[in-house]
Structure formats: structure tokens, C-alpha cells
Design a binder for this molecule. Structure first.
Ligand code: ADP
Ligand code: MG
Ligand code: MG
Length: 874
């Protein structure tokens, strides 16, 4: 078995075996790009390492030896050679990106002798000894697991003795002294000398990288991101290039397009005289790529060309690590960039327009779930805000929360229902849980590619980094910004799109959608087969739905219209009426109001279908609760207002009478329509009159009526007859007609089983996924989600929340039965669905497979439904 691959033997498709980093390095090498040579030990070797109880077996070691020999030949350098020593990095890299979660060791191969060779070859002894002391520090931390704090203490001591502030001011004799102190520390802590044999160093480092697969932060990251725990990491061993060799050297990270905004420009950061770790860790804030452009225009242009060719080659935005060693450019890593949702849309659309990818590919590249963030609110630009500091806009969006300084506290507060903003100097992989718990992240150090920035973008959380104006004092649990002092618990707002830090809370407003967003939505509309309609309660929501791309209204609920404070007394009067005649009178008063709602709705949706659901909730929902009433009665009694007492008592007894043990299965839906036909008569009359009046004005309207909660065909038969009768009255009064199809909501299991019979009386059907899920599982949604459902999902009793993603096996099977049998008896039957699941990507795929005609969802989910419906047919 082959466990080690030279860069010349691999390619990008060997991702699973070589890890992303190794596979892409091999690919870049074969493309002829300037990549320091090396080899990769496979993920299989990592798994074997664990099977062999954490030992690298001799077979693997032999292959490493051989690859090392080839590396020496290729570079003309030799491990441990004093004159011409080889130095390598030992890098982790899993098949799935886990940025910064595992360990990498640089400068390996340095020892008491090779350091001299390095000093001589470069003519820069200061650099050589500085590299050596860094190597001891890194190796001891990662491989020997000696607390790095102890090394920092030694460093501080020497600096104090030398009377300097910065590491870079230390002279060679200081560095020599430091190296001695470090080695002594190693001896004391590990009971052994610091390993001098580069081969021994290498094998220890490879083992340590394998071990880092299972460190706490990596394990947690995989759990959060649902990454298989058994994949294992590959280990890449690569010749070192030194970005810290002097002022004509440096290191950088670049994106082929702006990863936050999506603009087509090379975008990145660069640090002179530094090694990669300095940028990634956020310990020094790097400058922009423009510095490189001014100081070394040719190298910059070279790099730019290579970056563009990589983007073309991979057909995706690349995130590239590179180093310049004495003016010479080297590539050290490339990967598909993590993008903000906004950027991924812009880039997908641009790339399709540039012909780099197809429109279908562009549509597939956007995860519908990520659109949610874009449809979210942003800071209202019109309000005056108290900006106290500005940092780098690392991850867009706005967030308001309490200041918190550490991750444990963030978690604790979040658990108790608070929104918190994590404020730190910088973050590191041990802060992941705190970042998960926070609504936003603010750091005083680091750049756009620092840990905090990368992880926040990944989590789609607002983040501001490198905000140097803020001064943290963790001990006092406070932060000062100029004169201003803020304590833990104070409220701030972050604007991740501009980098502003604002005191207090700021009002948020509806988002503006970019041109690219609209373009993508247009492509999705052209591509999809199912229609996407809106589920709305009010004319205002209908307007919103139309704006967001709805092709009609799939569900217009009428009960919200009854909740208007002006109407509530009339509705209550209707409910309290003793007989049919009284009820009719109350309904007559409601009629013009309902009619005006429908007039508005039809106007907004001119030319499009509007499916109106007749009254669905139980009547007691329109009355105050018995508890409230009894308190009010006591009050009225105290005030000796006996008339009021009488009124309230009447209401109280009616409420008692309407009380139901289980309102979800209560006196509601068509059961109301059948027992109080006057109510549906009023609604149907309002619909028909509104439609005819608009028709008369030349406005095109397409009303449809749908009857809720049918379980038996006879219910539908009866309600249909009533509706037809009400319609005929209106038609004859108006001396005019309009076609109004009458459909059925299928939201009870019995209705799914007997759809064949029901559709004899229904022109179309819509599956109500929420209620159908409740009835099929026998769950009451509100109770279930608050109590046992989260547990069920955590412990995998259920694979997913069925109220979010359709339960295909159970509820889906009922929908399938209903659709098939309904269409058997009426081949032209239109079938739709509504509910949260109707815009969820996986469920939408299922609905597409069943061949449904339309989906209906609440306005802000409509774009998500449209994109999901398009993806379902690609
Ligand atoms: P991570 O996955 O955490 O980014 P890397 O393996 O990419 O870890 O390495 C960390 C840093 O060290 C990166 O900035 C990288 O560019 C730099 N680096 C890795 N290998 C070399 C090398 N052979 N020469 C110079 N710098 C290197
Ligand atoms: Mg890297
Ligand atoms: Mg319902």
C-alpha cells in the first residue's frame, strides 16, 4: 500500500487521500507553478496510526524515508547537513477544510549545527538564530506539549535584560542565550534533550500532526460542522521558504475576489519580513497587498497572473497563501475561498456572465439557507448613531448585544437567553464555543484573514476586527475607547459591513437586494418548474410577497383580518349572538370590511391567482381568556359597575362554553362552516362582490376559495354546495359572473387516505404541511418544540425536526398517496403545498419528485423557495 505521495504524484482529485492542502499543492506543482517541493503522508496512514495504538509503523516510515530522499535530490539539499541543510514544514490537512484547527510546524531540521549553515548560506545569522529559537518554541509547544507560556516568560526575561521592547530588536548574543534557556527548559520539562536529529524531529512532528486531528478544538469544530470524526488528517512535508529573511521577503494571503463583498479584484494582506504564522494568528496586523504592488511591482504582477490562472483552473474563488523569499515568489496553499452569502451570489452571477461557469452551476453554488441572512434587517442609515470606534469590516450584518470578554461567560449568558457580543484582543481555535454563543465578534487585533474574521464569516456572524482604538482590560472586565469606558454587560452594536462599533441599540430596517441577487432570482424563476406563491395574512404582506417574486397568493388567511381592534367588538358580537338572525346582523356589519380587504388584495395581485382560505381557527380565539375575564369581573364588582359585570359575565360563560381541551383538534375549519353556514356565506359574498366590482372596472382578478380541515368527503360536498349557493346569489344580484374554483386543504391523515373521494368536490388541493405533520405524529407543535423535540433530535430519535424539513417517510408518504389518488380521479387536479417545509431545500426536492404544481411560503422565504425549486430540477 502506498502511504506517501510526492507532489509530482498527486492531483486535486485525491482530496480524500491527501487532504485538501496536499492535493492542491500537488495540483499546483503539476501546473508548473512555483511551489516548494514536498510530499504528503495520506489520511489512511493517519487512521493506521490510531489503529496501531498511536505509532507510525515501519512500512510508512520506510516510504517517508524514500520520499525524503527524493526531496533531497530535488532540492539539492540534505537533512542535517551543515553546509547545505534542508528545512521543511510539517503541515496538517484534512479532506474537509478545518481552518486553523490542527497543527503545523515550521522550520523543522534546525539544530545546533544546521543553524550555522543557514546563517552562512543567507549571510544573515540573526535571522538563522531567530528561526531556530522559534522552531524550538513551536516544536516544544506542539510536539512535546510544553506550555508555550513558559517560553514567553523566558523571552520576556531576556528582553528585559537586553532593555528592548520588540523581539526584532534582540541581538545575536541575546538569541543565543535564549536558545540555551529554551533548551534547558525543554530538558527540565520533558526530561530529555531537545532532539537534534532532523529525522527524529520529523517523525515526532508527523505523529504530533496526526494527534492534532483529535485535539479538543478540532473535535468540537467537526461536531458543530457535522464533519465525520473518522476522516483523519494527511501530513504534508514541504521544503521551507523563508518570508522572514529580510526586508525583501514577506508573506501574504490573498483572495482572487473580495470574499466579503464579491467584487472582482485581487484582495489580500501582506506582511514584510514575516512567516505565515504571523498573519494567520492575528498577532500582527498586516498591511494591504498594495504595499507589495508599490514595492515590488513585478512580483506583484506575477502573483496576480498566477492567482487569476488558479481561479480559472478551479472555476472558483481561490484563497491563496504565498511567501516571498528575497524577491522570489512561492505558493504555499490554495483552496476554494469561504465567502459571505452576499459575495457568493455576486461571484456566482459574475462567473456565469464571464462564461466561467454555467447558469445552472451558478444556481447550484448558492445554498438557499444562506439567503436568509440577506433577507435580514440592517442598521437604519437614517438614525443618528454614536460611533465610538472603527475597525475592519470582517463579516457583514448588524448585531446588538451585551459585551462579554470570555467564551465561557458568552456561553453561560447565551444559555440564559441573552444576546452577547464577544470582545477580545484576538480569538483562537479554543474560542469556537464562545463565538457560536455570540451574535457578533469584536477584536482589537488581527486582519481580514485572522482567525476571528475567517470563522465569523464561516458562521455568517457580524464581525469587526483590528479595532485598535479599543483597549481591553480583562482583569477589570472593561474596555476603554479614548475617554469612554465600557463594562461587561454594556450594550453595543456592531456593523460588520462598515466596521463601526456603536454604543447602545440601533433600529434595524428591511434589506435592499443587490442587482446580482435579482439576476440570480430571475435565473431561478426561469429554470424552476413549480410555481412559488406567497402565504400571507394582510395586503401589506401580499405586497411584500409580490416584491420578493411570488407568482400569486397560495394561502390568504382571513382570520388576521378579524383581529383588527376596530373589528374585534363586531366579531365578538357575532360569536355571542343567540341565534342565526342575530348572527346574520353582526355578519352584515363585518361584510364591507372583509370586502375592502379583498379589494385591496386583488388589486395588489392583479392578474395573479389569489387563494383565499375560509375561516379556520376556533371561535374562542377571538375572545379574551376566562382568566382575564374573571379578573375584569372582580374589578367591575369592586367599582360597583353592575352593568359591566353583567356584560362580562355573559362573555365569561360563553368563553367557558366554547372552551376546548384540545383546540388543535377543536371546533374549527370546515366544522365551523358547516355548523355556522352564515359565516362562510359572508366571506364568500365578500370575495365574489370584490371580484365582480374589480372585474367591472377592467381589473383582472383570479380568486379561488379553499376550505380548511376537511377529513371526510361529505364535509367538502356540503361546504361546496353552500359556497356555490352563496356565489349564485351574488352573481344574480350583480348580473355578472366570475370563475371561482373551490379547493380543499389536505391537512389531516384521513383526508390524504381519501383524497380520491374528496376531489369529487374539489377543483384543487393544497397540503398543509404543518398541521399534517402535527396530526400524523400526534405532536402539538408548540409544546413539542419547547419540550421533547430538541432532545429527540440531539439523540437522533428523529433525524430532523419534521416541522422544518418534511418527514418524507411518514408525512411525505401521505402526501404522495393523496397526490396520486387525487390525480387518478382528476388528471388535471392542481396540487400545492404550504408550510415552512415548502421552502426548505430538501423537502422541495421531494415535492418536485412528486410533480406538485406549486409551493406557498411566507414572504421572506419566497426567494429561498424559488432557488430551492430551481435546484430541484437541475
Ligand atoms: P493552516 O492550515 O493552519 O493554515 P498551514 O499548514 O497552512 O496551516 O501553515 C501555517 C502557515 O505557515 C501558513 O501561513 C503557511 O503559508 C506557512 N507555511 C507552511 N509551510 C511553509 C513552508 N514550507 N515555507 C514557508 N511557510 C510555510
Ligand atoms: Mg494555511
Ligand atoms: Mg391548518
Amino acid at each position: 500500500d502506498k502511504y506517501v505521495y510526492l507532489f509530482s504524484e498527486g492531483n486535486a482529485r485525491m482530496n480524500d487521500l491527501l487532504g485538501r492542502k496536499g492535493a492542491n499543492l500537488a495540483e499546483m506543482f503539476s501546473l508548473g507553478l512555483p511551489v516548494p517541493f514536498g510530499f504528503t503522508v495520506t489520511t489512511n496512514a493517519c487512521r493506521l496510526y490510531y489503529e496501531d495504538s498511536k505509532k507510525i509503523n515501519s512500512k510508512i516510515e520506510k516510504q517517508i524515508d524514500y520520499a525524503l530522499l527524493r526531496l533531497e535530490q530535488k532540492t539539492g539539499k540534505e537533512f542535517g547537513n551543515t553546509r547545505n541543510p534542508l528545512f521543511v514544514s510539517v503541515r496538517s490537512g484534512s479532506p474537509v477544510s478545518m481552518p486553523g484547527m490542527m497543527d503545523t510546524i515550521l522550520n523543522l531540521g534546525l539544530n545546533d549545527l544546521t543553524v550555522k549553515g543557514l546563517a552562512q548560506n543567507t549571510g544573515n545569522p540573526r535571522f538563522a538564530y531567530d528561526s531556530y529559537r522559534r522552531f524550538i518554541q513551536m516544536f516544544s509547544d506542539i510536539v512535546l506539549q510544553i506550555d508555550h507560556y513558559q517560553f514567553e516568560r523566558e523571552l520576556d526575561q531576556i528582553k528585559r535584560k537586553a532593555g528592548v521592547e520588540k523581539d526584532s530588536e534582540l541581538h545575536i548574543e541575546h538569541l543565543l542565550e535564549l536558545i540555551k534557556a529554551y533548551k534547558k527548559l525543554v530538558k527540565k520539562e520533558s526530561k530529555e534533550e531537545f532532539p537534534q536529529d532532523p529525522k527524529v524531529q520529523l517523525m515526532m512532528a508527523v505523529g504530533a500532526v496526526f494527534e492534532s486531528w483529535n485535539n479538543q478544538r478540532a473535535t468540537l469544530y467537526r461536531r458543530i460542522n457535522k464533519i465525520e470524526q473518522t476522516l483523519g488528517t494527511a501530513v504534508t512535508v514541504q521544503e521551507m521558504v523563508f518570508g522572514n529573511m529580510g526586508e525583501d521577503s514577506g508573506t501574504g494571503v490573498a483572495f482572487t475576489r473580495n470574499p466579503a463583498l464579491g467584487d472582482p479584484e485581487l484582495y489580500g494582506e501582506f506582511l514584510w519580513n514575516a512567516q505565515g504564522e504571523d498573519v494567520v494568528s492575528g498577532s500582527r496586523t498586516p498591511g494591504s497587498l498594495n504595499e507589495l504592488k508599490t514595492k515590488m511591482p513585478e512580483t506583484y504582477e506575477d502573483f496576480k497572473k498566477i492567482a487569476q490562472s488558479l481561479e480559472k483552473h478551479y472555476c472558483s474563488v481561490q484563497d491563496i497563501e504565498f511567501t516571498i523569499e528575497q524577491k522570489k515568489l512561492y505558493l504555499l496553499q490554495t483552496r476554494s475561498a469561504k465567502l459571505t452569502p452576499k459575495a457568493s451570489i455576486k461571484i456566482a452571477v459574475h462567473m456565469a456572465q464571464e462564461g466561467l461557469i454555467s447558469r445552472d452551476e451558478a444556481l447550484l453554488r448558492i445554498d438557499p439557507d444562506t439567503l436568509k441572512g440577506l433577507l435580514h434587517e440592517t442598521l437604519d442609515p437614517k438614525t443618528d448613531v454614536n460611533v465610538i470606534a472603527k475597525g475592519l469590516p470582517a463579516s457583514p450584518g448588524a448585531a446588538t448585544g451585551m459585551i462579554v470578554f470570555d467564551s465561557e461567560e458568552a456561553e453561560r449568558l447565551q444559555r440564559t437567553g441573552h444576546e452577547v457580543i464577544l470582545v477580545r484582543r484576538d480569538t483562537n481555535p479554543d474560542d469556537i464555543h464562545g463565538m457560536v454563543a455570540s451574535v457578533g465578534i469584536l477584536t482589537s487585533q488581527g486582519g481580514m484573514t485572522s482567525h476571528a474574521a475567517v470563522v465569523a464569516r464561516d458562521m455568517s456572524k457580524p464581525c469587526v476586527v483590528g479595532c485598535s482604538a479599543i483597549n481591553l482590560d480583562e482583569a477589570k472586565q472593561e474596555v476603554t475607547i479614548g475617554e469612554k469606558r465600557l463594562k461587561a454587560g454594556d450594550i453595543i452594536t456592531l456593523d460588520g459591513s462598515t466596521g463601526r462599533v456603536i454604543i447602545g441599540q440601533v433600529p434595524l430596517i428591511a434589506p435592499t437586494l443587490s442587482d446580482e441577487f435579482m439576476t440570480l432570482l430571475g435565473w431561478a424563476k426561469d429554470r424552476k418548474k413549480m410555481a412559488v406563491l406567497g402565504s400571507v395574512n394582510t395586503p401589506k404582506e401580499a405586497m411584500q410577497a409580490r416584491f420578493l417574486g411570488a407568482e400569486g397568493i397560495g394561502l390568504c388567511r382571513t382570520e388576521q383580518m378579524f383581529m383588527d381592534p376596530v373589528r374585534v367588538p363586531l366579531v365578538q358580537e357575532m360569536i355571542l349572538s343567540q341565534n342565526k338572525w342575530e348572527r346574520k346582523k353582526a355578519l352584515d356589519n363585518l361584510l364591507p370590511m372583509q370586502k375592502s380587504d379583498f379589494l385591496e388584495m386583488f388589486r395588489i395581485m392583479e392578474g395573479k391567482d389569489v387563494i383565499i382560505r375560509l375561516l379556520d381557527p376556533p371561535l374562542h380565539e377571538f375572545l379574551p381568556s376566562a382568566e382575564t375575564l374573571s379578573i375584569e369581573i372582580e374589578r367591575a364588582k369592586l367599582a360597583r359597575d353592575f352593568e359591566d359585570v353583567q356584560e362580562k359575565e355573559k362573555l365569561f360563560w360563553r368563553v367557558k362554553g366554547l372552551h376546548e381541551l384540545n383546540p388543535s383538534f377543536g371546533h374549527r375549519g370546515c366544522r365551523i362552516g358547516i355548523t355556522y353556514p352564515e359565516i362562510y356565506d359572508m366571506q364568500v359574498t365578500a370575495i365574489a362582490e370584490a371580484a365582480l366590482e374589480l372585474k367591472c372596472k377592467g381589473i383582472e382578478v383570479h380568486p379561488q376559495i379553499i376550505v380548511p380541515l376537511v377529513s371526510h368527503a361529505n364535509e367538502m360536498k356540503m361546504v361546496r354546495e353552500q359556497v356555490l349557493e352563496s356565489l349564485s346569489h351574488v352573481f344574480s344580484r350583480y348580473q355578472d359572473q366570475i370563475e371561482i374554483p373551490i379547493g380543499t386543504f389536505i391537512e389531516l391523515p384521513r383526508a390524504c387516505i381519501t383524497t380520491r373521494q374528496i376531489v369529487q368536490y374539489a377543483d384543487f388541493i393544497i397540503f398543509g404541511c404543518n398541521d399534517l405533520t402535527q396530526a400524523t405524529f400526534g405532536y402539538s407543535r408548540d409544546d413539542a418544540e419547547g419540550k421533547y423535540l430538541a432532545y429527540y433530535i440531539d439523540y437522533k430519535v428523529l433525524p430532523e425536526n419534521p416541522f422544518v424539513s418534511l418527514d418524507e417517510e411518514g408525512v411525505g408518504e401521505l402526501i404522495r398517496m393523496g397526490t396520486v389518488s387525487g390525480r387518478e380521479s382528476n388528471p388535471r387536479l392542481k396540487v400545492g403545498t404550504c408550510g415552512v417545509q415548502s421552502s426548505e431545500k430538501k423537502s422541495v426536492r421531494f415535492f418536485q419528485r412528486l410533480g406538485l404544481d406549486y409551493l406557498s411560503s411566507v414572504p421572506h422565504l419566497i426567494p429561498i423557495g424559488i432557488l430551492s425549486a430551481a435546484q430541484a430540477v437541475i
